[in-house]
Design a protein around this ligand. Structure first.
Ligand SMILES: Cc1cc2nc3c(=O)[nH]c(=O)nc-3n(C[C@H](O)[C@H](O)[C@H](O)COP(=O)(O)O)c2cc1C
Length: 245
């Protein structure tokens, strides 16, 4: 019988450690192709987002004190302005230099392996459906119109927070973007990146007096099928529900 000491979690940590003798470990995974820096859906409807609005004057300190995972929301829409501000907070481009575009959240090697999809349930000015955030254009790409609130709730292990939300952020990892530089260690950095992005969402939502809840419990491939990613080279890693309090 195996013991907890053989758990994959320990193996993963062990196999992805850096040590002084071999920074790039003795893996045999060969050449790794580098995917494009930005994912886009050229054949779908592109919806430009309004400029983000920074109206809340609360201090960072009071926002940190106020932040809580909230799972009950009013059945009211959030506005497109609000959604744009939240998206900007998570992954908006804030600085360009030497061919690099830097964003609100840090990313290992500035490789930005995390993509954002949205399940829109109740956002004024947008029909319900699955959208992809086009970071470079600061726009939404409409991938699949329809109301997917119940399907996403079932995919999230029947957590009602997901269908009550006005929108659910669905974060995926384009694994090769990070793996092409960091080899197996990418698996650590991808999740660190996602944590930064999710915390930015949480703080921005709090600043806008919205409820927000991070969601790590979901049937991975059910969500992958919903947003039409392969579940291997691009796979869902985290969700964030947002709605009016
Ligand atoms: C990685 C991660 C995964 C989480 N997954 C879920 C989840 O699936 N469902 C849920 O209701 N809350 C989820 N939460 C929220 C936690 O339950 C919450 O952060 C914790 O109870 C602390 O409460 P607070 O966020 O209000 O401080 C998750 C939080 C994190 C950081």
């Amino acid at each position: 019988m195996k013991s907890y000491k053989d758990a994959i979690a320990f193996q993963c940590l062990k196999e992805t450690k850096y040590d002084r003798s071999s920074i790039f470990r003795k893996d045999n995974i060969g050449q790794i192709p580098t995917p494009p820096r930005y994912k886009t859906y050229p054949d779908v409807l592109l919806i430009p987002l309004p400029e983000p609005r920074f109206e809340n004057t609360d201090s960072l300190w009071s926002i940190l004190k106020e932040r809580r995972s909230r799972r009950r929301y009013a059945y009211e829409p959030i506005s497109l302005d609000t959604l744009a501000t939240l998206l900007w907070a998570t992954q908006g481009i804030t600085h360009s230099t030497h061919g690099y575009e830097f964003r609100t959240a840090p990313s290992a090697g500035a490789l930005y392996p995390v993509e954002t999809y949205l399940a829109i349930h109740n956002v004024s000015g947008l029909q319900p459906g699955i959208y992809h955030f086009n970071v470079a254009e600061f726009a939404l790409e409409e991938i699949n119109p329809g109301n997917f609130a119940d399907r996403l709730r079932r995919a999230a292990m029947d957590q009602g927070v997901v269908s009550r939300a006005a929108t659910v952020f669905i974060w995926t990892a384009v694994v090769l973007r990070s793996m092409s530089k960091y080899r197996d260690r990418c698996i650590r950095y991808i999740f660190m990146d996602a944590g930064h992005i999710a915390q930015n969402l949480h703080l921005a939502a709090t600043a806008l007096d919205l409820g927000c809840c991070p969601i790590g419990a979901f049937y991975d491939d059910d969500v992958n099928e919903l947003i039409k990613v392969d579940g291997k080279e691009e796979t869902t890693i985290y969700l964030g529900a947002v709605g009016k309090r």
